[in-house]
Design a protein around this ligand. Sequence first.
Ligand SMILES: [Zn+2]
Length: 188
Amino acid sequence: MLKANLKSVTGYAGADLDKLNRALLIIESLINGDTFKKAVLNFATFQFTTYKCLGPIKMRTVQLQEFTNQQIVDILMKGHRQQGADTYMDLQLLLSTDSAGSAVGQTDDNGVTTTYKSALDNMIDGELAAHLTHEWTHTLGFTHSYSDTCDSTRNCLSVPYAIGNIIELISTGECWYGCSYPSLNNHP
Ligand SMILES: [Zn+2]
């Protein structure tokens, strides 16, 4: 089983910490389940190319390392480390009261995920679970495909957004970023 371990947690207290713990339970229960695994295996199609948009012109820039759907499942389920029969996502989480416009949060090179309280306050538990899952995939090395005005939904197919959105769709039936995934409707 893949378990969510709070390696460090800063700034979460009271109701925020309760919400965080509920979100971690959602992640653990969904990510180890058949529905999540099937959704990833049947996902059409993860995008590993980055683009730069110049006005309406889309320029291919970087071809990231590609993985098959099965490889993505394997990488996710390995987590950061194995201990006994279980694997672990070692989460380093920071809740920030800084003002960050519309940003929800981000993860730095040391694997610390900052989440803005202004965003957290507007999230239901399943949305927080999706956000934390998205950020966790960054700590495993997955990056965005980068959307821009010329292709606003391309990022939906990058591993961080797709995996986060799969968690959110299973949990809440909806997902952010204007993404829709026919493969998830066909293979719930
Ligand atoms: Zn991201």
